[in-house]
Ligand binder design. Structure first.
Ligand code: GLC
Length: 425
C-alpha cells in the first residue's frame, strides 16, 4: 500500500470501530441507530480482515433474530432510540428477543459467510461458526420460495421497496402508484433531520412506505398472507441474483460440511432461478429489468437492479453485455456505477437510489465481472470507488456526476467495502 492508501485504510478502520456497538454495528450514528440486515453481512467482510471473531459475531447477532418462519428481518431494534422513523412501535411485530421490522432485505448472508470461511486463518473456529449458520441461512432461503414465490415461478418478489435495499429506485415508481395513502395519518420523519431532504425519498413515497407497513401490521405480520395482499409485488433481478449467489455459495459450504440435502436444495433453486431470470432480459437496454408481478409487465426502468445479476452465474454473454452497458454509462458520468441509467430523464444525481453511486453495489458488480474476466471494467469500478473516498470521505452514497458526498457521513458499509478493495489490491 502507498502512504495515501494506508491513510484511507486507517480511516476506514476508524469508521468501522466507531460504529461498532460490540455485537453489531450501526450503519452510521444518528441516521441509522439500529442493526440493518445486508449492511451487517457486508460489514462483516471488512471486519474479517482485522478481527475474524468479531466478523462472525456480526452475522450471528443478526440471525439470533430470525423469525420462526425463517425470515431474517431488515432491521433489529436492539435499543430504544427516537432517532429513526418508523421505529419498533410502528412496526409492532412483537418479537420476544428484541423488536424487529417485519420485512426482509437482500439475502447476502450466504455469500458473506462463504467468503469469511474461505479467507479464515482460524479454519477450525470458522468451520464451527459457519456450520452453525448453515441451517439458519438455508431456512431463510427456503422461506423466500414459500412466501415470495407462491406460484413457483423460480423468482421471488419483494412486497415493500425497502426490501430491495434500493428504497426509492425509479423501478418502483409505477407499481407504487397503486399503493394508496388513505389512513396513513401524521408522522414526523427523522431521516430528513439527519440528511438533506433533497437527497432523500419524497413525502409521497414515505406515505406509501407507511401504508404498506400498516397493511402488513393489520394482517398480523403473517407472511403466508402478505404476498397476495400487497398491492406492491415486484420481481427485482438484482435481489434475485443476490439470493441465487447466496444459494450457490451456501451449497458449496454444505458440500464442505457434509450436508448433501442442503446443498442439493439450494443448487436446485439456484438453477431454476437462473433460468427464470432470463425472462427479465431486455436486449435494447443491454441489462435485466424488473417485472411487476401484479400486472405481469416488465418495468421500463434501467437501473442498477438489472446490472447486479452479474453477481450470480448468469450466462457469460449476459455478463459481457452488462459490462458494455456499464462502459456506456461511464461515458455520461464521472464516477461509476450510478444506480440508474444516466440517459433516463428521471435520473436525479443526488437522490438516494435514483442515480447516486454506492460502494456496496459497486463491490458486488465488480466481483461478478472479475469472475468472468471483465477485469478492465471491474478495475474501473474499484478505482472510481477509491477516488470517491479520497475526494469525499466515507459517505453513504455519492453524486456520480460530481462525486459530491450525499446522505449520512462516516458510513459503516462504505468503510467495509474500502477495506475489501484495498485488501484485494
Ligand atoms: C437505506 C438503504 C438500505 C440500507 C439502509 C441502512 O435504507 O436504502 O439499503 O440497508 O439505509 O444503511
Amino acid at each position: 500500500m502507498t502512504p495515501e492508501t494506508e491513510k484511507i485504510y486507517q480511516h476506514a478502520l476508524e469508521v468501522l470501530k466507531e460504529n461498532d456497538l460490540g455485537s453489531y454495528t450501526v450503519p452510521t450514528k444518528g441516521l441509522y441507530p439500529f442493526q440493518w440486515n445486508w449492511d451487517s453481512c457486508l460489514t462483516a467482510l471488512g471486519q474479517g480482515h482485522y478481527d475474524e471473531n468479531r466478523a462472525w459475531t456480526e452475522i450471528e447477532t443478526l440471525f439470533a433474530h430470525q423469525w420462526p418462519d425463517g425470515m431474517v428481518p431488515h432491521i433489529v431494534f436492539h435499543v430504544d432510540s427516537d432517532g429513526y422513523f418508523p421505529g419498533p412501535r410502528v412496526w409492532d411485530t412483537r418479537r420476544p428477543a428484541a423488536d424487529t421490522s417485519g420485512i426482509t432485505q437482500p439475502p447476502v448472508a450466504g455469500f458473506a459467510v462463504k467468503r469469511l470461511y474461505d479467507r479464515a486463518t482460524d479454519k477450525a473456529a470458522a468451520a464451527a461458526r459457519a456450520r452453525a449458520l448453515l441451517q439458519r441461512i438455508d431456512a431463510w432461503h427456503r422461506w423466500f420460495y414459500q412466501m415470495r414465490d407462491p406460484a413457483g415461478e423460480g423468482l421471488v418478489a419483494i412486497i415493500h421497496p425497502w426490501e430491495s435495499g434500493r428504497d426509492n429506485s425509479i423501478d418502483w415508481d409505477e407499481a407504487f402508484e397503486r399503493v394508496p395513502t388513505e389512513g396513513v395519518g401524521d408522522y414526523v420523519r427523522r431521516d430528513t433531520q439527519h440528511a438533506d431532504p433533497a437527497h432523500r425519498p419524497t413525502k409521497a413515497q414515505y406515505d406509501r412506505y407507511l401504508y404498506l407497513v400498516q397493511l402488513f401490521r393489520s394482517l398480523g405480520w403473517d407472511n403466508s398472507r402478505l404476498h397476495d395482499a400487497s398491492p406492491f409485488r415486484v420481481v427485482d433481478p438484482g435481489f434475485n441474483a443476490i439470493l441465487i449467489r447466496s444459494m450457490t455459495d451456501l451449497a458449496d459450504l454444505a458440500d464442505a460440511f457434509g450436508d448433501p440435502a442442503i446443498a442439493a436444495a439450494n443448487r436446485e433453486r439456484a438453477t431454476k432461478g437462473l433460468a427464470a431470470l432470463e425472462t427479465l432480459w431486455s436486449e435494447p437496454d443491454g441489462q435485466y429489468l424488473c417485472r411487476d408481478r401484479v400486472t405481469g409487465e416488465l418495468i421500463q426502468s434501467a437501473s442498477i437492479g438489472g446490472i447486479l445479476p452479474v453477481f450470480a452465474a448468469v450466462p457469460r454473454v449476459r455478463a459481457h453485455e452488462i459490462a458494455r452497458t456499464i462502459e456506456g454509462w461511464a461515458t455520461k458520468v464521472k464516477y461509476i456505477v450510478p444506480s440508474h441509467d444516466p440517459a433516463d430523464p428521471r435520473f436525479e444525481p443526488k437522490r438516494y437510489w435514483r442515480a447516486p453511486a454506492w460502494l456496496v453495489t459497486n463491490y458486488m458488480i465488480q466481483d461478478g465481472l472479475r469472475a468472468v474476466g471483465e477485469t478492465v471494467v471491474a478495475d474501473h469500478i474499484v478505482s472510481s470507488s477509491l477516488e470517491l473516498i479520497t475526494q469525499s470521505g466515507f459517505a453513504e452514497y455519492y453524486d456520480p456526476t460530481t462525486g459530491e458526498p450525499c446522505g449520512g457521513g462516516r458510513f459503516t458499509w462504505t468503510a467495509a467495502m474500502v477495506i475489501e478493495f484495498l485488501e484485494a489490491a
